[in-house]
Design a protein around this ligand. Structure first.
Ligand code: ZN
Length: 508
């Protein structure tokens, strides 16, 4: 059988260049200093545009290879082929990248103003969770819309247009189809979402009405009430925690599953600062070798969820074989975000909060169980943002108002509600700018987690994965994380669950 040594060498070169670009992005996102992100990305792209390399990739497609080497070759081919469609595609691809980086800077440097002063995203979150003043919560919630206009003025609509042109130059029906093809995902995954939302809505409205009557004196729950209600159900979310001990706290949880994060090279930058991105991120500088976590925490229990999520990404990265850069190119965003959310979910498990939170473990456990039920009933509401993000590339948009109206139209389809403000908050969500057609990964990742937990519990005859944490860690490592690049998502899902992927795991 033929060898793929030449392909491995190309993949190594790609990885080295990509690693340099990631290091520069890390610096840009944590400090605002740009030491040449676009230039470094251009150098990665130059490898992909190399005609000689592309010929090598094509030649290997004709060889008699074993199944895994065939997969490795196809993944590299998928990475290369769009760069050899036309010069027009390459011109557009560079333009998209430059625009995206420029707009990310606008978002990273922007700070919301409330009551005449600048407020951090962590403060907004704190108001939404804990202020009994409903008018103030509404103001804080809608203040996130402030960045819409500067973002559009800096060229957000140009970015959308460039992406549409890019997809057309590639020959895809639209940019959504293009992105899904790159992610090895069938557009059919999104079929039937509106009907599914219609089925789940009545139960959610019922839950909201009951909670609203109890805590708000109104059965109409608004988006600025959701976090507040969550914190009324489980006040422990806002409990102060000593963030100086964050590493020890994280290590304790991951160790239960057999992952010792002290053995992994993970860098943390977790406190807010000017010009630093207000989101949570995991930068894979080099898979299995160097992982970095950006977060914004100030000392509340709930914020540990972000640290668990981002550390989950790191643990996933360290479960992959660093020497197999080719298969690592096949890791799907759904598995990636699913694993991260799976670990974030332990925020509500006694194995994590015991010892961290005041009050009896039983009381906290009961409150968190109620909170999880509330969150589960509302999980489908994420469909609004996912469908809005896709619609940006399927409708004609010429102004900020067009985008706002598009948002409301998708909101109405999923929530069956009228607009609740003149302008919705959408631009602050950095995904629309930097990670288009990506939001479904969190949603489908959570659905995958339900499947994983149920499959594990059935197999080990337990009711809770924490009855066998080491075995659960091994299951995740051996059957989910390590082979996550080996199969496309839908195939990986079916291999573990024994049935084709469906939305049935969403049902409460
Ligand atoms: Zn993530």
């Amino acid at each position: 059988m033929a060898s793929i040594e030449k392909l491995r060498a190309i993949a190594r070169e790609l990885e080295q260049k990509g690693s340099k670009a990631s290091q520069l992005s890390w610096t840009l996102y944590t400090t605002g200093f740009d030491f040449g992100v676009v230039q470094a990305q251009e150098e990665t792209t130059a490898v992909l545009r190399n005609k000689h390399y592309y010929r090598t990739v094509l030649e290997h497609r004709e060889l008699d290879l074993g199944p895994l080497d065939r997969r490795r070759g196809e993944l590299l081919y998928r990475g290369f082929r769009s760069y050899h469609v036309s010069d027009e595609f390459n011109r557009l691809e560079s333009a998209v990248r430059a625009k995206r980086t420029e707009l990310a800077k606008v978002l990273n440097a922007h700070r919301v103003r409330l009551g005449g002063r600048e407020v951090r995203s962590t403060e907004i979150a704190q108001i939404l969770r804990s202020s009994p003043d409903r008018a103030l919560r509404k103001k804080a919630f809608l203040a996130r819309a402030q960045v819409n206009r500067p973002l559009v003025e800096a060229g957000f609509l140009d970015l959308v247009r460039l992406r549409k042109e890019l997809a057309a130059a590639y020959g895809a029906p639209d940019f959504v189809a293009y992105q899904l093809e790159m992610a090895e995902l069938s557009p059919r995954v999104f079929d039937g979402w509106e009907q599914q939302a219609a089925r789940l809505r009545p139960r959610y409205q019922e839950v909201c009405a009951a909670l609203g009557r109890k805590h708000l004196g109104s059965d109409r729950v608004m988006p600025w009430d959701t976090a507040y209600l969550g914190a009324r159900i489980a006040p422990q979310l806002a409990a102060p925690v000593d963030m100086a001990r964050y590493h020890e706290v994280l290590r304790g949880l991951f160790l239960k599953f057999g992952f010792d994060i002290d053995r992994f090279n993970i860098t943390y930058d977790i406190f807010p600062r000017r010009n630093k991105s207000e989101w949570g991120y995991n930068f894979t500088i080099e898979r299995g070798r160097d992982s970095r976590v950006l977060a914004n925490v100030e000392g509340r229990y709930q914020e540990l969820g972000v640290l668990l999520h981002e550390t989950g990404h790191a643990v996933h990265s360290f479960s992959l074989d660093p020497a197999d850069a080719l298969l690592n190119m096949g890791v799907s965003g759904i598995v990636s975000e699913g694993i991260a959310n799976l670990f974030a979910g332990f925020l509500y498990h006694r194995s994590f909060f015991g010892g961290l939170l005041p009050g009896g473990v039983r009381v906290v456990g009961r409150d968190f169980a109620r909170l999880r039920e509330f969150n589960r009933a509302g999980a489908f509401t994420a469909m609004c943002g996912i469908l809005f993000d896709q619609a940006l590339y399927r409708e004609d948009l010429a102004s900020l108002d067009d985008i706002n109206q598009l948002y409301w139209s998708r909101h109405r389809r999923i929530m069956d509600e009228k607009p609740y403000a003149a302008e919705p908050a959408w631009g602050f969500r950095i995904h629309h700018t930097t990670h288009p057609v990506y939001l479904h990964n969190y949603f489908l990742g959570d659905l995958t987690n339900e499947m994983l937990k149920q499959v594990f519990c059935k197999r080990h005859k337990v009711r809770d994965v924490m009855e066998r944490p080491k075995a659960f860690g091994q299951f995740l490592r051996d059957e989910v994380m390590a082979p996550s690049g080996t199969w496309p998502f839908l195939e990986l899902f079916e291999r573990i669950s024994g049935e084709p992927f469906s939305l049935r795991w969403l049902a409460p």
